[in-house]
Design a binder for this molecule. Structure first.
Ligand code: GBH
Length: 433
């Protein structure tokens, strides 16, 4: 079988801070990303894709693609702008308009509550190192479902807890830019999981609940024992630290001593709230090398693969591997899977005729869809696939220098130009109906 079932969900994914802009409009207050500087090109998400004002045009592009679902996130500081916890009706109105536009076009929203943009007010109170942030997150979840709950089919809580934990609180490459020792960063890991569990309990009353983690095979960089051990440790950290507790109700034994001091009675039962779907964000294979230093390992792109403009290896077989590994590891505890992000950055430009020919992206996506199909043929239950992303957008520490879109965005004029991959994805979706 090379085709996909007619009820397979086709989508595109994005996140609030990466596309919305309108950073200080209608009562929104700064998030930790507004305060995080500098990025590679000095850009911020102040304007990003100006999606806040141009969402109607963007939804029209989604309709042209023929997607079933748009995965978006809500900006916490737009909806709850200060520590009082009081909802901001003007901020909620934006999501109301967006959901209406999606509904008018028959596109079902998959709404995520937190994609790394913690309100600055919450960071000032200690952020994810503080257990109190968990309660604030649950309150925020209540605010969102009260207003939008009737129109969202699929909910999720936190995008990629591992990346927010590791890049934001251990390596300092992402906001809030902290480099905590692991024994203190462990509080962040536990509080993220607990917050996700508390919000999951709120959300599951209002629709399908989907977990989302990134997953990537971790290959030892060389055959040495040190590199093998480093790769095994990285597999525990990226692939299991945030997935085992949600699906199995326990931490991997290797990290238990680190998180143990932060666990209170009943926490694991809350974290173990069973999701209806499991989202996998997949980009590449990791090659892991032991450093012998204070941070004991280093993640590299493996040799012998083509690279994207980000330097990441193009390795579709890793996606098949990830899906079959999840299937085997979690067995009856694993709900049906969805690829909630997959995509690549290339240096796309619009030529004099107004064309943006991103053939490398077409090849990347085509090969990865085949890799999904291969896992399904091997018995893995996969229900949907979301391309990251519809638009070129604000790529975190890289600013606007890494283009992941099916649609090119000129960040000066905000002009949108569908790339070759846009037409390819449209045809691919149509062919599977
Ligand atoms: C996602 O995270 C985010 O959810 C999304 O917001 C973001 O825009 C998108 O990806 C694109 O970056 O250097 O070869 O070792 C992705 C997490 C972590 C995936 C680092 C790739 C590096 C591979 N990424 N990883 S390599």
């Amino acid at each position: 079988m090379t085709g996909f079932p007619p009820d397979f969900t086709w989508g595109v994914a994005a996140s609030a801070y990466q596309v919305e802009g309108a950073a200080s409009e209608d009562g929104r207050t700064p998030s930790i990303w507004d305060s995080f500087a500098p990025t590679a090109d000095g850009s911020t998400g102040d304007v990003a894709c100006d999606h806040y004002h141009r969402f109607a045009e963007d939804v029209a592009l989604m309709a042209e693609l023929g997607i079933d679902s748009y995965r978006l996130s809500v900006s916490w500081s737009r909806v709850v702008p200060d520590a009082s916890g009081k909802p901001n009706p003007a901020g909620l109105d934006f999501y109301d308009r967006l959901l209406d536009a999606l509904a008018d076009n028959g596109i079902s929203p998959a709404v995520n509550l937190f994609h790394w943009d913690l309100p600055q007010w919450a960071q000032d109170a200690g952020g994810w190192q503080q257990r109190d942030t968990v309660a604030r997150f649950a309150e925020y979840a209540e605010v969102v479902v009260r207003r939008l709950g009737d129109r969202v089919g699929t909910w999720s809580t936190i995008n990629e807890m591992f990346e927010h934990f590791a890049l934001g609180h251990v390596t300092g490459e992402h906001a809030p830019g902290l480099s905590l020792p692991l024994d203190r960063a462990a509080a962040v890991a536990h509080n993220l999981l607990l917050a996700s569990g508390r919000a999951a309990q709120v959300l599951r009353e209002h629709g399908r609940l989907m977990g989302i983690t990134s997953y990537a095979p971790a290959r030892p960089h060389t055959d040495s024992d040190a590199d093998r051990e480093a790769a095994a440790l990285y597999d525990v950290l990226q692939n299991r630290l945030f997935t085992d507790p949600v699906l199995l109700g326990r931490y991997p034994a290797e990290v238990e001593p680190l998180v143990e001091p932060f666990i209170a009675e009943g926490d694991l039962a809350v974290i173990n709230t069973p999701p209806d779907l499991w989202g996998v964000n997949y980009y590449s294979i990791n090659s892991v090398r032991a450093t012998g230093g204070e941070v004991p390992l280093e993640v590299l792109a493996p040799e012998g693969f083509p690279r994207t403009a980000f330097g990441w290896a193009v390795a579709p077989e890793g996606l098949t591997e990830v899906l079959t590994t999840l299937h085997e590891r979690y067995a009856e505890h694993l709900p049906p899977l969805v690829i909630t992000e997959n995509g690549c950055a290339y240096d796309d430009t619009v030529d004099a005729e107004g064309r943006c020919d991103d053939l490398e992206r077409v090849v990347y996506l085509d090969e990865h869809l085949n890799a999904v199909r291969a896992a399904m043929n091997a018995g893995v239950d996969v229900r949907g696939y979301y391309v990251w992303s519809l638009l070129d957008n604000f790529e975190w520490a890289e600013g606007c220098t890494k283009r992941f879109g099916l649609v090119h965005v000129d960040f000066e004029t905000q002009r949108r130009t569908p790339k070759t991959s846009f037409g390819w994805y449209r045809d691919r979706i149509a062919a599977s109906r």
